[in-house]
Design a protein around this ligand. Structure first.
Ligand code: ZN
Length: 296
C-alpha cells in the first residue's frame, strides 16, 4: 500500500515536471506584463488600459495584470515589478509621484534587465524623476524645457539631431492622419514593416526633449509647421537601453479610437514583446496597417 502511494506520487511529480519542460520547450511560457496607470489629465487611461490589456492577451503570448496607483498618492503603493517581464506605463500629465522606495524598486528592476513600454502620454509624467526621464529618453509638458535636455529629432536626410536651443518641451497639432517612416528596418520591432505606413488620425507629438541618451529612433513622422509642428522629422517609435533593461517608447495612441488602428496595435504588441524578451515573434499581419482590430 505504502509503495503504491509512493509510486503514484512519483508518477505525479514526473508528469508535472514533464509538462513544465514541454511548456518551456514549446516556447509557450507566457510573457508576464503589468500595466501601471494612475491619476490622469487630458487622457482617459481607465478606457485605454482595458483595451491595451486585451490587445496583448489576443496575441496569445502575454498574460496581463493591471495595477492602478491610488489617489492621493500612497507610500503603500508597491507593485511587485520583479514578478513581470515587462511593465507598460499608462501614466500621464497629472501622475502623482511614486514613493522614492517604489521608484527605486522600479529602477532596480530595469537596471537588472526588466522591460518597459512608455505608452503615449507616459512621456508627460514625472518630469523630476531623473532615472525615469533617462528611460523614456525624451518627454514633454509638465514644465519640461531646455533644463530637461535637448530636443531630439531627425533632419530631412534622416540624420539624428540633438538640439539644445531653449524652449518648451512637448507639442502637437490637431489630430490628422499622417505617414510614418521606418528609419531602422533591421530592428526586431520594425523588421518586416513597410518603409512607410499611415497612422491616425492621432496626435503627432513634437518638441519632445530630455536626456536623449542610449536611444535609437525606429520611426519618425514629418511634423508640419502648418499644424503647430516643428518642421522636423519627429520620433514616433524609439528604443532605449537603461542598465540591462530594454525600453520601447511609442508616442502614438491618444485614446481608444487611436489605439485600435492596426498601425498602433502591431507596433505596440511587437514593442512590448521586444521589451520583455529582446526578440519579436509576433508577425506583421497581412493587410497592415488596415488589418481588422484584434488580429494584431
Ligand atoms: Zn494625447
Amino acid at each position: 500500500m505504502r509503495m503504491q502511494i509512493l509510486g503514484t506520487l512519483l508518477l505525479t511529480v514526473a508528469v508535472v515536471s514533464l509538462a513544465g519542460v514541454q511548456t518551456v520547450m514549446a516556447g509557450k511560457k507566457p510573457i508576464r506584463a503589468l500595466i501601471v496607470d494612475g491619476a490622469q489629465k487630458y487622457h482617459k487611461n481607465k478606457e485605454t488600459t482595458p483595451v491595451l490589456k486585451e490587445m496583448l492577451e489576443k496575441t496569445g503570448v502575454f498574460t496581463v495584470s493591471v495595477s492602478t496607483a491610488p489617489v492621493p498618492a500612497s507610500d503603500d503603493y508597491k507593485p511587485d515589478f520583479a514578478a513581470y517581464d515587462v511593465i507598460v506605463v499608462n501614466e500621464g500629465y497629472a501622475s502623482k509621484p511614486w514613493s522614492r522606495a517604489t521608484e527605486e524598486a522600479f529602477e532596480e528592476y530595469i537596471k537588472k534587465g526588466g522591460g518597459m513600454v512608455s505608452f503615449h502620454a507616459a512621456d508627460n509624467a514625472w518630469p523630476k524623476w531623473k532615472a525615469y526621464n533617462e528611460m523614456i529618453a525624451i518627454g514633454g509638458w509638465a514644465g519640461r524645457n531646455e533644463k530637461s535636455g535637448p530636443y531630439l529629432y531627425m533632419d530631412a536626410d534622416g540624420k539624428v539631431i540633438r538640439d539644445d536651443k531653449p524652449g518648451k518641451g512637448g507639442g502637437h497639432g490637431s489630430q490628422k492622419e499622417f505617414e510614418i517612416t521606418v528609419r531602422d528596418r533591421k530592428h526586431p520591432i520594425t523588421k518586416g514593416l513597410p518603409e512607410t505606413f499611415l497612422h491616425g488620425p492621432d496626435e503627432m507629438y513634437s518638441f519632445l526633449r530630455g536626456p536623449a541618451e542610449n536611444v535609437t529612433i525606429l520611426a519618425t513622422a514629418h511634423s508640419s509647421k502648418d499644424n503647430n509642428g516643428s518642421g522636423h522629422e519627429e520620433p514616433m517609435l524609439m528604443v532605449i537601453s537603461w542598465g540591462k533593461g530594454r525600453i520601447f517608447h511609442t508616442v502614438l495612441g491618444h485614446s481608444v479610437k487611436q489605439i485600435k488602428r492596426g498601425s498602433f496595435v502591431t507596433t505596440f504588441v511587437r514593442g512590448a514583446q521586444w521589451a520583455a524578451t529582446g526578440k519579436v515573434k509576433i508577425d506583421v499581419p497581412g493587410g497592415f496597417p488596415d488589418q481588422e482590430w484584434g488580429s494584431q
